[in-house]
Design a protein around this ligand. Structure first.
Ligand code: SF4
Ligand code: SF4
Length: 57
């Protein structure tokens, strides 16, 4: 695993990944998900959560 990357073109701002992240490492800024790299524990849960394939690692 690595720190996930968000494809801003694909992100719909649905917020599912934000709710799923147990480390509170994700947030929405102007309806696009952003990763707080200092908080991310690289668990990979958000990759499965995004239905729009906007998250890669
Ligand atoms: S990999 Fe895990 S800790 Fe990191 S942003 Fe995704 S859900 Fe949160
Ligand atoms: S789950 Fe995917 S589309 Fe929804 S906010 Fe997260 S990255 Fe964006």
């Amino acid at each position: 695993m690595a720190i996930p990357s968000i494809n801003a073109e694909e992100c719909t701002g649905c917020g599912l990944c934000v709710d799923a992240c147990a480390a509170d490492a994700l947030s929405l800024v102007d309806d696009v998900c952003v990763v707080n790299e200092a908080e991310c524990i690289e668990c990979g849960i958000c990759l499965d959560e995004c239905a729009f394939e906007a998250i890669t690692a």
